[in-house]
Write a protein that binds this ligand. Structure first.
Ligand code: AMP
Length: 408
């Protein structure tokens, strides 16, 4: 069963075609700078190197059209015809309180995505554009929406409510939603597999550490808390995002620096985090290189980052009354043994004992803690596309129509 996975941003379409009988990637790529100068289409089929076309891509429909042409291309194609595609899985950012699991996309689901645009103004409209493009180009192929927020809908009210007037929650739905749900769910299931233990009897803390970063507490397979909040700005110090700060800082800064709302948002989202703290870069590789040269600001930045991650892990171990497994994933979590080591060193008193050699040299999913460590610590590469394709396949085979959709 061949499944096309589509991840639309406001000016990009990331895609992957998978053969789900063998869970094999047939082709993948990215269309960038849609609607602006410098359009770029990258396509990598499994049997040969990447092909890049540089041309103006007017809109998302043209981008998806290019994807379909490449997939069935005489020379570079991986399928004879687009009819070979049996389902499309869309990554959708926000499903609000309506969506608690993946759903087959129909009119109601599109309405929900549209309603949730208020909560994700940059992402949900782009996701809808991707759905519309696929509908127009492949009207007979069923589509599934896999939501970043859905996994976190099991977080209890005492953890998702903020200490603001309850009527503001009722009026504007201001609460914690959490993000990176597809990734957290995927790596938690992989951890259970690796440990040979049932997921529904495991207390796991998953650290998705990339340019955006979040920690999630997963008890018996369900998300019970996560560090991102109403928006992906909350929680950890990230590449360019500030994470948790005293909310009074916002008004203070606006007054002191004479900032507009948009300027303040720019400071907190794009000029803060590791980038703002270090003054070097938002890329952790650059910070680590500066650390090698003993740059004091780089050292301090990494201390702040590791401390912010460790604090969340400790909180979540407490929230679950223990922690069996600790997972590191995403760009930084998978690739930086130094960051993993620093974080784990902070967690000694919780029974985290890392094996320095295993941690240093791990390249694929594996346990990196010592045998006697109370907490089994793992590095597990995330694979959100595979997770989306699996959900799409399962839903299409079972046709559990709209099981995860609450009344709109
Ligand atoms: P992601 O958002 O998951 O693609 O992760 C991107 C982040 O991972 C960037 O900030 C990268 O600097 C970081 N990253 C990727 N590879 C490495 C590496 N080898 N060492 C340190 N950080 C890395």
């Amino acid at each position: 069963m061949k499944i096309l996975v589509i991840n639309c941003g406001s000016s990009s379409v990331k895609y992957q075609l998978l053969d789900m009988d063998e869970e094999k990637v047939l082709a993948k790529g990215l269309c960038e700078r849609i609607g602006t100068k410098g359009g770029r289409f990258k396509y990598t089929p499994y049997h040969q190197g990447a092909v890049v076309w540089e041309k103006f891509i007017p809109d998302h429909k043209s981008a998806v059209e290019m994807v379909l042409r490449a997939l069935s291309h005489e020379k570079y194609g991986v399928v004879n015809s687009i009819d070979a595609i049996k389902g499309i899985g869309h990554r959708i950012v926000h499903g609000g309180e309506y969506i608690s699991q993946s759903v087959i996309i129909d009119g109601k689901v599109k309405e929900v995505i549209n309603i949730c645009t208020e909560l994700a103004p940059l992402h949900n409209p782009a996701n809808l554009m991707g759905i519309k493009a696929c509908e127009e180009l492949m009207p007979d192929i069923p589509m599934v929406g896999v939501f970043d927020t859905a996994f976190h809908q099991t977080i209890p009210a005492y953890a998702y409510l903020y200490g603001i007037p309850y009527k503001l929650y009722e009026k504007y739905k201001i609460r914690k939603y959490g993000f990176h749900g597809i990734s957290h769910k995927y790596v938690a299931a992989r951890a259970a597999e690796i440990l040979g233990r049932p997921l529904d009897n495991l207390k796991t803390v998953s650290c998705h550490l990339g340019n955006g970063a979040s920690v999630c507490a997963i008890k018996n397979g369900q998300s019970v808390d996560t560090s991102m909040g109403f928006t992906p700005l909350a929680g950890l110090v990230m590449g360019t995002r500030c994470g948790d700060i005293d909310p009074a800082i916002a008004a203070y800064l606006m007054k002191k620096e004479n900032l507009t709302v948009e300027e303040l948002e720019d400071v907190l989202n794009k000029q803060s985090g590791v980038f703002g703290l270090s003054g070097i870069s938002n890329d952790f590789r650059d910070i680590e290189n500066a650390q090698i040269k003993n740059d004091p600001q780089a050292n301090l930045t990494m201390e702040v980052f590791s401390y912010s991650v460790s604090k969340y892990i400790a909180q979540y171990a407490m929230a679950m009354d223990g922690m069996d497994a600790l997972i590191f994933t995403a760009g930084l979590g998978q690739n930086s043994y130094i960051v993993r080591q620093d974080i784990c060193t902070n967690l000694k008193s919780l029974g985290v004992e890392i094996d320095k050699e295993k941690n240093r040299y791990c390249t694929d999913a594996q346990i990196i803690s010592r045998q006697e460590s109370q907490v089994c610590t793992m590095m597990i590469p995330t694979d959100e596309e595979l997770a989306i394709a699996r959900e799409t396949k399962a839903l299409l085979l079972n046709q559990k129509h709209c099981a995860g959709l609450a009344a709109v």
